[in-house]
Design a binder for this molecule. Structure first.
Ligand SMILES: Cc1cc2nc3c(=O)[nH]c(=O)nc-3n(C[C@H](O)[C@H](O)[C@H](O)COP(=O)(O)OP(=O)(O)OC[C@H]3O[C@@H](n4cnc5c(N)ncnc54)[C@H](O)[C@@H]3O)c2cc1C
Ligand code: FES
Ligand code: FES
Length: 483
């Protein structure tokens, strides 16, 4: 039973089996700091602090059984107040009266831990997998590897961890986290959690507009998943007068298809997009492959399509893809909306066309007749959980002889992702054997300006751009399915 003194407070969070009521929380505090320093739950570790190592993985849960939803996230790049009104499950909470959680037991039995620093993070990623995917003995090694793609271990090595994951798939059951379920009464309490000064969690677009119209860009932060913006807070110690958290605005999370047009709300997470493109009428293997290469599961569970576009990073993976799919961005303000092509929306390095009283509400595109006319390739130093050195998206239609339509976009080769209009002109209307690849190469030399940095040299980026475009165009003919 939760004491009244706990629940008559503005901020309510359930952590493991306990409800906490709080008068206030520092709006700039991360969830990891809150767990470790405020609640003294030090099982959750800080490795990198930037979402790259997974040591800080926890599960965020909402909803009552049997409709609860649970997602593993990186607590180091999540504001503590982002989980107000929700439940956080940490490594301290998963064992029950029955003993260790099956994932913990499998880690012990497989000798899957040495120094143990990374272990709570791996355990929580695997608990999320076994709890939310109704896994069984049929889960494969590659499923387990994909699950722990956002977790790094520097001493044990991954083989015993993967073994533990596979064992846990066959020993876990739906009831392993039954002792942590959110009851009806708790659900009602959590719903009462309120915004506090400095951290406003808006629940509608009109409330969002009110906040936009009463604040200035330099002093406020619009926060969707925070996987880009919160790094600025933790690494550069930026402080804002007001953080406007839009991640729970239902209308900004809507995905809909009407008359062949796909509309995706700006706050749709990449995990949700991945599910969307994995099944149903819009099933697209190319989009699934793209999204699986985006960060880690923990990142995809928070990162949003709108955040990717609004951060306007030259290595944002969705931007080249959406450029060749000719997507449009809907910008909304109090007195209406305007629609911009993506080329107009992204104005430069981390610069968009958004005015100070506007936000990105949705992204729309015509669904291609066949998704096989779309291809995406990402080159990065590490396969899992890494950002691109270069990314290339191609949309191509051919009739087995000539190329009748082609759109190419490139990320990582300048201050923003670009459509390669001049290259497209060289290729359009040609037979494969007639394409002048020397002209393509010369054009790229003239029109793209990659930089050298820790990820790749400018020369590498330049060479990989041309090699990849050629290979991808060839591939459309080899698979003979682009017509
Ligand atoms: C470990 C790690 C791995 C990553 N891997 C990848 C990767 O593989 N590929 C990739 O492209 N990116 C990657 N990223 C970057 C980041 O995850 C993405 O850009 C993500 O899509 C950002 O979405 P978000 O919801 O977290 O944005 P946020 O961080 O919430 O916001 C980003 C910016 O957009 C603004 N904003 C957000 N939504 C709106 C809106 N609706 N209207 C107006 N402004 C808005 C915010 O104010 C902020 O300036 C990675 C990041 C990390 C930490
Ligand atoms: S501490 Fe490394 S991902 Fe959070
Ligand atoms: S057990 Fe030491 S880092 Fe993984």
């Amino acid at each position: 039973m939760t004491p009244d003194s706990e629940v008559n407070k503005p901020v309510i969070i359930k952590v493991n089996a306990h409800i906490y009521g709080l008068d206030t929380v520092d709006p700039h505090l991360t969830l990891l700091e809150f767990l470790r320093e405020s609640l003294h739950l030090r099982g959750t570790k800080q490795g990198c602090g930037t979402g790259d190592c997974g040591a800080c993985t926890v599960i965020v849960a909402t909803g009552e059984a049997p409709n609860e939803s649970r997602h593993a996230i990186n607590s180091c790049i999540t504001p503590a107040l982002a989980v107000a009104g929700k439940q956080v499950i940490t490594v301290e909470g998963i064992a029950s009266d029955q003993g260790l959680h099956p994932v913990q037991q499998a880690m012990v039995d497989s000798n899957a831990s040495q120094c143990g620093f990374c272990t709570p993070g791996f355990v929580m990623s695997l608990v999320d997998f076994t709890a939310s995917n109704k896994v069984s003995e049929t889960s494969s090694r590659s499923d387990v590897i994909a699950t722990i793609g956002g977790n790094l271990c520097r001493c044990t090595g991954y083989r015993p961890i993967v073994e533990a994951g596979l064992i846990a798939c066959s020993t876990s059951s739906d009831t392993d986290l039954a002792h942590l379920r959110i009851s009806q009464e708790e659900s009602r309490l959590l719903a009462k959690s309120e915004s506090i000064e400095g951290y406003i969690k808006v629940d509608s677009e009109s409330a969002f507009l009110d906040e936009l119209n009463t604040s200035e860009p330099g002093s406020r932060l619009i926060l969707s998943g925070g996987t880009d913006a919160w790094i600025e807070v933790t690494s550069r110690l930026l402080k804002y007068d007001k953080i406007i958290d839009i991640s729970d605005v239902a209308t900004l999370k809507h995905i809909g298809v009407q008359d062949g047009i796909l509309s995706v709300g700006a706050c749709t997470t990449l995990s949700r997009l991945l599910s969307f493109f994995s099944a149903g009428a819009c099933r697209s293997e190319a989009m699934v492959n793209l999204l699986k290469r985006f960060g880690s599961k923990q990142i995809r569970n928070r990162a949003t399509i709108g955040g990717n576009l609004c951060s306007a990073s030259p290595i944002g993976d969705l931007i080249p893809a959406l450029l060749v799919l000719e997507a449009t961005a809907v910008l909304t303000r109090a007195n209406g909306s305007r629609i911009l092509d993506l080329e107009e929306f992204i104005e430069g390095y981390r610069k968009t066309a958004l005015a100070k009283d506007e936000y990105l509400s949705k992204i729309s595109l015509s669904i291609p007749e066949s998704w096989s006319s779309f291809a995406f390739r990402k080159l990065s130093k590490r396969y899992e959980d890494d950002i691109s050195s270069v990314s290339i998206a191609v949309f191509l239609l051919h009739d087995n002889v000539r190329i009748n339509e082609i759109r190419i976009a490139l990320g990582g080769a300048g201050d923003r992702a670009l459509r390669l209009f001049e290259v497209e002109k060289i290729i359009l209307g040609r037979r494969l054997i007639d394409i002048d690849w020397k002209a393509v190469s010369d054009t790229l030399d003239r029109t793209i300006f990659p930089i050298s940095d820790v990820r790749a040299s400018a020369d590498y980026r330049q060479s990989m751009a041309i090699a990849s475009i050629k290979e991808m165009v060839d591939q459309f003919f080899l698979s003979s399915s682009g017509s």
